[in-house]
Design a protein around this ligand. Structure first.
Ligand code: ZN
Ligand code: ZN
Length: 176
């Protein structure tokens, strides 16, 4: 993923979640998560590596990878998150038109990646899937469904996030 993409997405994440965002380059042990029979990478195995990354206490983290991810019960996943937890992971693998036999479209890849990052981070803040049509927390099985939703949460999910943020700020204060 072009770094410029991630820089710009970091700004979006900052404005939606109201928290500082820092980009890091880290190495994950990819062979360890590779499933030979499926020719895909086990998303949960990578997620546990993301959890184990050495980062400031309580910092939420989301890994961006480019390999095809799966969980055992599903053919593939765009990403995975620990609900109300620390870590998430997303992959660009199925987000570019190139995967579907069309010409690459960096602009669409960018929009989709941005939404998926906000979506998975939303889960780490305790947001469930939302039924509002345009809400970023609506679940998507196909890229076309990602294209239909917005990058931002609906008012209900948005106000839940503000509450979650207040809680985090208070926890920070009481532990310092
Ligand atoms: Zn989800
Ligand atoms: Zn919503």
């Amino acid at each position: 993923v072009p770094l410029q993409f991630l820089d710009d997405i970091a700004k979006t994440v900052h404005s939606i979640f109201g928290i500082p965002v820092v980009l890091h380059t880290r190495v994950l042990d990819m062979p360890k998560a590779f499933d030979v029979s499926r020719d895909q990478y086990n998303s949960s195995a990578l997620l546990s590596q993301v959890v184990a990354q050495d980062l400031p206490e309580g910092a939420k983290r989301i890994a961006v990878v480019d390999v095809d991810l799966f969980v055992p019960v599903l053919t593939f996943v765009f990403g995975e998150a620990q609900f109300d937890g620390l870590a998430a992971i997303v992959s660009t693998h199925r987000l570019d038109n190139e995967f579907y036999g069309m010409s690459p479209n960096p602009e669409m890849l960018y929009r989709r990646l941005e939404k998926e990052i906000v979506h998975e981070l939303g889960h780490t803040f305790g947001l469930y899937h939302c039924r509002q049509f345009e809400c970023v927390m609506r679940s998507s099985t196909y890229v076309e469904e990602i294209d239909l939703k917005r990058t931002s949460p609906c008012p209900t999910c948005g106000s839940f996030l503000s509450q979650a943020r207040v809680h985090i700020t208070q926890t920070d204060r009481s532990s310092s």
